[in-house]
Write a new protein. Structure first.
Lengths: 502, 395
């Protein structure tokens, strides 16, 4: 195999599902030792393509060539045997088993049917050291590890096979900024050893940092093959993904300091061991952003304000105090929460869009407990149209929607309920660029209508672009507060990582 | 693994979903790529517009698109006749029931299709049927209630003590219902606020209620006394050929269906069972709801106790032995997920009828009751296998 002959070559891949042509002639070419980025909106076919590569789906048409040989990836095991490992977005580790047991799950070193645990531990330690994480002990239970450490374990598992190609589906989604740096270091070491990486992420800046080449998918087709990751203009990539240019992603601010009534006042809020003595206020019509790393206490602050977590201190909504540990009270006071884990914490996945939207407002449709389902359906349909939830079918199970549309359904739930204060925790996680812009517009419109918004995001540009005022939080303390216009990304990153307030 | 598409028409539960897709198929084949092709344009469109007028940015474009696609939706929502047939829920269960009826007509033509036999099937189904309604609520709500049979026995014993009987039949009925609901409240409180796993809390109740019933009755069967025959008349008096207790059963089923499908309580039950965290964060008091679910199950046990007193003219600590297994089996056969969040009353009742008809057929054919148990076990396995397949295809 010569230097430039591709390790993986997919040609004309077609995958048909009932009613949907998920892949409609996709081409992909990955060279040995490169980081090949896969871009595309939700629903463009990325997941299906990954699953095809992982052997979980069989393509209906097309050819796959690995190292010059035509192959059939008939099952996940077949793919692994051929040297293709996949790290899924939702990490598939068994929490009750140890690190080593997870790494060698399914291919335990065994002698006469007895697992060679010592050997597995030794091999796992070697793998973890190769990944620069010798401090993770092979005997620790995975359930006790942080998300970042679990990521490393997943990677060790991928490497425990004789791997030529690793597919990473949004590996940075669960990671904080500094942890992403470590992920990149590991990826670079792997590629230096000739392993190729297919890297999927929604974060363009990451792709610039780590990627070599980019393939863009749109509507199940390849629209660009092998663009240079470093110097293809963002505008070009976005327009390839969406079919048009995006000039202004963020809606404009109203300008001037917020003058609305104070809807939320937080005084001396403390959850021992997580954050301490946090005080701030949110006015009607104002978007306040909390910028900080994962683990800085941002999400926990939001949960405490919502009454979902015990706290000390005072949380007051329009003059009325929030009771500790009762979300029903928070909802009664006019709060709404779009939690971080949309699927696990917000949605009834099996149920229709309508039922998800009305969940927090059932009282308004009931008379002596009897539901007025016609009015419920009318209101849900109106919201589906207003927020442009696609497909515009309120009876569809919410699990069939893309991430962005699911998030819109969550926002619709609180729109229906006429909220005074919305708490948004990572509202655009896992949402593609085009749908993000729409979500931003919706959030801004809510503020225009007089809702106070408290926004948490890992992405500093998002906080700076969307919020009116920004609170910078580090290790459970607010270290800086300023109008978003007076801050720039580098300064905020400096503060949340170094703690230098100036 | 077999091809998921190939299975589409095979299982009844899938048939509910696949016609939806095939109905959209022709429209979707041309329509959905179009939509998604327009999608990003619109997606990126609104923020650009919002640069000029943020307030109206989302609305006008959305309205336009909404109107444009509304017609498309109507097409998708009105599938043809054959597809609609597939949407009939529980088609598989009805088919299974029909098959059993055919077996009955062929093997015991003289006895099976007689009025008296059908009445006895319904009367037999009524007691567990009422319990099954309560169990359906608990299981959709993400729990399990193992104590139903024991609680029913306790209620029947409590209502037939000489002390209770001296107050007359109405007080006996109220007593049975209150004892059932009270035991359910204890279950619910232990699970919701005591944080016991439902399996364990209701297992403890099963054992304890059975013991208490034995103590109260001194392990003797307590007869319904003279003067309280009104209770027995529930089973002997007939209206339009059916004993009154069948109407009680029907009433409980209808009430259960209405509560589950038409009220906020039912809606919250699905939410609490499907995703308790989402329900909690949407402002639903999950714990309080859990208490009510078990109380409801207990209430059903109390009603069932009245029915068993009517049928057997006794209260006894041995009533309802293993009813919990029959009720849970019926619920599962009916397509309700043991993990909660999905299920239906109609399915459960069909599941129960299947069970009851099998029992009846075995008796009429003079077959071994052990074989009957084997047949029931097989049915549970087959039903769950079909369910699992439909689950896999829909995710």
């Amino acid at each position: 195999m010569s230097e430039n002959s591709p390790l993986l070559l997919m040609k004309g891949i077609v995958k048909q599902f009932p009613g949907v042509r998920a892949l409609d002639g996709v081409d992909l070419e990955v060279l040995p030792g490169e980081v090949h980025c896969l871009l595309g909106q939700n629903g463009a076919g990325k997941s299906t393509l990954i699953k095809t590569l992982a052997g979980a789906h069989q393509p209906d048409e097309g050819t796959i060539t690995l190292g010059g040989e035509p192959v059939r990836l008939s099952s996940p095991i077949a793919a692994i045997r051929l040297g293709i490992s996949t790290i899924y977005q939702e990490l598939d580790l068994v929490e009750g088993l140890s690190v080593a047991e997870n790494v060698f799950l399914g291919h335990e070193p065994a002698r006469l049917g007895f697992v060679g645990q010592r050997e597995a531990n030794r091999a796992t330690r070697a793998l973890l050291e190769r990944l620069g994480h010798g401090e993770i002990r092979p005997t620790t239970q995975v359930g006790r590890l942080s998300p970042a450490a679990r990521q490393v374990v997943s990677m060790a598992r991928a490497l425990s096979h004789d791997t030529r190609l690793i597919i990473m589906d949004e590996p940075s989604a669960a990671l904080a900024h500094d942890e992403v740096g470590n992920l990149f270091r590991i990826i670079r070491e792997l590629t230096a050893q000739g392993v190729a990486v297919v890297y999927i992420s929604h974060r363009l800046e990451e792709i610039r940092q780590i990627g070599d080449r980019v393939t863009v998918l749109k509507d199940g087709r390849t629209v660009a093959v092998g663009l240079p990751a470093g110097d293809t203009p963002t505008r070009q990539i976005v327009s390839l993904m969406t079919g048009r240019n995006v000039e202004h992603v963020f809606p404009p601010r109203r300008g001037g300091p917020a003058t609305g009534e104070e809807v939320l006042r937080v005084e001396g809020l403390t959850v021992p061991g997580v954050f301490a003595d946090v005080s701030f206020a949110v006015r009607a019509g104002e978007i306040v952003g909390l910028a900080g790393l994962v683990g800085s206490g941002r999400s926990e602050i939001i949960e405490a304000v919502y009454g979902a977590r015990r706290f000390s201190g005072r949380v007051v909504v329009e003059g009325r105090p929030v009771r500790r540990g009762g979300t029903a009270g928070a909802v009664r006071l006019g709060m709404g929460l779009a939690p971080e884990e949309r699927k696990a914490q917000a949605l009834l996945l099996d149920q229709s869009v309508t039922r998800n939207i009305s969940l927090a407002s059932l009282g308004r449709y009931s008379r002596f407990g009897w539901l007025d389902r016609r009015r419920e359906a009318e209101d849900a349909r109106a919201l589906v149209e207003t927020l442009d939830i696609r497909p515009p079918d309120p009876d569809r199970p919410v699990k069939t929607l893309s991430g962005g549309n699911q998030q819109k359904a969550v926002l619709a739930r609180w729109l229906l309920n006429g909220r005074k204060l919305l708490l948004l925790d990572e509202p655009t996680r896992g949402v593609d660029v085009g749908a993000r812009a729409e979500l931003y517009a919706v959030i801004r419109r809510l503020a225009e209508e007089g809702v106070g918004v408290l926004l948490v995001s890992s992405e500093v540009p998002e906080v700076l672009g969307l919020a009116d005022r920004v609170l910078v939080i580090r290790e459970g303390t607010i270290i800086h507060e300023a109008d978003a216009g007076d801050l720039d990304e580098h300064r905020v990153l400096d503060m949340i990582m170094e703690g230098s307030a100036l | 693994m077999t091809d998921p598409q190939g299975q589409a028409a095979a299982s009844p539960a899938e048939a509910v979903e696949s016609p939806m897709e095939s109905a959209q198929g022709p429209v979707g084949a041309a329509g959905s790529p179009m939509e998604s092709a327009q999608g990003p344009v619109g997606a990126a469109g609104s923020p650009v517009e919002s640069a000029q007028g943020p307030v109206e940015a989302v609305k006008p474009s959305a309205d336009e698109r909404g109107r444009g696609e509304a017609s498309g939706h109507r097409h998708a929502g009105a599938p043809g006749w054959p597809a609609r047939l597939g949407e009939v829920p529980h088609l598989g269960l009805v088919a299974a029931l029909a098959l059993l009826a055919v077996v009955g007509l062929v093997t015991v033509p003289d006895t099976f299709a007689t009025g008296s036999n059908l009445v006895s099937i319904l009367a037999l189904a009524a007691t567990i049927g009422v319990i099954t309604v309560g169990a359906t609520f608990v299981i959709i709500g993400g729990g399990i209630d193992l104590s139903v049979g024991a609680v029913m026995a306790l209620a029947s014993v409590w209502a037939t003590t000489l002390a209770t009987q001296s107050y007359g039949p109405l007080v006996m009925i109220v007593c049975a219902v209150l004892v059932g609901a009270g035991a359910g409240l204890v279950n619910g409180w232990l699970i919701a606020y005591g944080r016991l796993v439902p399996f364990i809390a209701t297992l403890a109740m099963l054992v304890a209620a059975r013991g208490l019933a034995q103590r109260m009755s001194d392990r003797k069967t307590q007869l319904v006394q003279q003067g309280n025959e009104m209770i027995v008349e529930l089973s002997t008096t007939r209206l339009l050929g059916l004993p009154l207790l069948v109407y009680v059963f029907a009433l409980v089923v209808v009430a259960g269906w209405v509560v589950l499908n038409r009220t906020t309580f039912g809606r919250r039950t699905y939410a609490v069972g499907g995703n308790p965290e989402a329900a909690r964060l949407a402002g639903i008091d999950v714990r309080r709801h859990t208490v009510w679910l078990y109380a409801l199950s207990g209430l059903c046990c109390g009603i069932a106790a009245v029915l068993i007193m009517a049928r057997t003219t006794t209260g006894s600590s041995t009533h309802g032995d293993l009813y919990e297994l029959d009720a849970i089996a019926a619920v599962i056969i009916g397509g309700t997920l043991l993990t909660g969040g999905r299920g239906s009353i109609v399915g459960s009742i069909l599941g129960l009828l299947i069970f009851t008809v099998i029992t009846n057929l075995f008796i009429l054919n003079g077959l071994n009751t052990s074989d009957q148990l084997i047949a029931k076990g097989l049915i549970i396995v087959v039903a769950v296998l079909l369910q699992r397949r439909s689950l896999r295809s829909s995710t």
